[in-house]
Design a protein. Structure first.
Length: 312
């Protein structure tokens, strides 16, 4: 029986830890002054609309539409969400999660390069291109750390897990609730490959990060029993990952349902008949989905040896 099955936890305890950590945060504008200054360059109309101890919001309204940047720090990570809405009602959104000790110029460089894929957005593409060219040049001349250290192992696993969520979104548009399911699945995949002696401690920390993710995306009030959901998913996804690796004929329909059809639902709410009566188009769709899941797991495991050489 997989070691993580024996991990017991209480959501109330995680919430206490979560709130305690938030109270210890330094003022975000001081710690991330360089990155915030760089983000303000994305649009000449961007201004700071909201500023608290661990959150900041940047907003602009221009001739093309509106831009919003939501920046939150928590327990060794930062979440940055950028939304663009044009006057033609074209909406685009992208999220990044980084370790909070990575070079801030490196973070900005990653954001810039990803924003190049924002077409027909509120961003001035000429400004983005100019900033990107300058940033790429500066980054190439610098030796930058990936931020991994023995003091942020759980955060590093969480960031690696999150970095793979976009692969599913590129395969098929996924909801915010579905993104959480994929993130959870990836966290379990990363935990299975981590140092077995540290799994209990790592899970406790990752669980608080998952709760942070739910709160940061206003999903907590959509879950009737958070403790039961987290406990159930930990076991469920552990089982599914093991079966994927051992069974070449594994049926991916269950994962597809959790990711796309009924995310955040308890297991008893998802009926097996939905899988049994899948249409031909659904089976074709899940065939492509299976390749994406396998690629995602393989990518996570490929990234872990670099992390393990540093941390374990």
């Amino acid at each position: 029986m997989w070691t993580l099955y024996s991990i017991g936890f209480l959501t109330v305890l995680f919430c206490i830890i979560y709130n305690a950590i938030r109270k210890k945060k330094t003022q975000i504008t001081s710690k991330f002054s360089i990155l915030i200054h760089l983000l303000l360059k994305l649009d000449k109309e961007l201004v700071i609309e909201d500023d608290s101890r661990d959150e900041i919001t940047l907003f602009s309204s221009n001739l093309r539409g509106a831009i919003a940047v939501f920046f939150v720090q928590y327990s060794g990570i930062i979440s940055i969400i950028i939304e663009s809405n044009t006057i033609e009602n074209n909406s685009q959104r992208r999220e990044w999660i980084f370790l909070d000790n990575i070079n801030q110029y490196m973070i900005f460089n990653q954001i810039l390069n990803d924003l190049q894929n924002f077409h027909n957005s509120s961003f001035d593409q000429r400004i983005l291109q100019k900033l990107t060219d300058k940033s790429n040049h500066n980054i190439k001349r610098s030796i930058l750390s990936n931020g991994y250290s023995p003091y942020n192992t759980a955060q590093s696993l969480f960031v690696i897990a999150f970095s793979e969520v976009e692969k599913i979104n590129n395969f098929q548009k996924i909801s915010q609730k579905g993104s959480f399911e994929v993130l959870f699945f990836n966290c379990v995949a990363a935990l299975q490959k981590s140092n077995i002696k540290q799994q209990n401690e790592l899970w406790d920390q990752i669980a608080t990060l998952l709760i942070f993710y739910l709160e940061n995306h206003n999903l907590m009030n959509q879950i009737k029993d958070v403790e039961k959901l987290l406990t159930e998913r930990l076991t469920l996804y552990g089982d599914q990952i093991q079966e994927i690796k051992s069974n070449p004929d594994y049926n991916y329909s269950m994962l597809y349902d959790y990711f796309f059809v009924k995310p955040l639902k308890l297991h008893s709410k998802i009926k097996s008949k939905v899988i049994e009566t899948s249409s031909l188009s659904r089976r074709i769709q899940t065939a492509g989905f299976s390749k994406m899941v396998l690629f995602m797991i393989a990518d996570i495991e490929e990234k872990l040896p670099v992390l393990q050489n540093i941390l374990f």
